[in-house]
Design a binder for this molecule. Sequence first.
Ligand SMILES: [Zn+2]
Length: 230
Amino acid sequence: MARSATTPELEKEKRRKWILLITLVLSLAVMLTSLFFLAKIRGWRVRKNDQSLLAIVNENTPVPADSGQTLAFIDDAYMIDARCAAELEQMLLDCRLAGNDPQILAAYRSESEQRELLNAMTEDLTAAGYEFETAREMASEQIEQPGHSEHQLGLAVDIGGKESGDGTNRWLDEHAWEYGFIRRYPDGKEDITGKACAQDHFRYVGLNAAKQIHELNITLEEYVSMFYGN
Ligand SMILES: [Zn+2]
């Protein structure tokens, strides 16, 4: 009698152990699969990017010494890195076809042109009555130091609109990523980019990175640290 009373208990106990084991194995399998896919997605995202297009240039980080880019003319008056010339041209064309009037305001600048720009604004301010030091400081708030402007990379372009300025802006907001460009200094991200929101400044990062940055709604700094950081 005693034996038949304990058998169902033993069976139950055995079943519980099996269920626990299966649950453990299944959880482990799910975890490993997720890890595998996460690693794969990360690797895939990284592999599809040309890292030289993701160079970060800001107040703290100067233009890399080896950025010997090949430049191409755009609109006869401006130069841009040849790797994004066709995309920029197509973007401007499509923006115009959508009824806007985009105008290039700035593109590639050499280090000496950057210096001239800063000096010119400093001179304007001293002519307006400011002390040199104050004038230099004020100018530096708006114009990057030589060696610290993205325009020196040849991958940045300032685009404004003439009559339908808002339309150009809206269109670029929606479509720039389709051509590999991102709005580099978005509103509300000043603490990350170190720059005030700039509506007209676009940066080429390549089609793959631009799509992801657009989808994730992040800055270039965040993207690089997410996928290339330690
Ligand atoms: Zn700019």
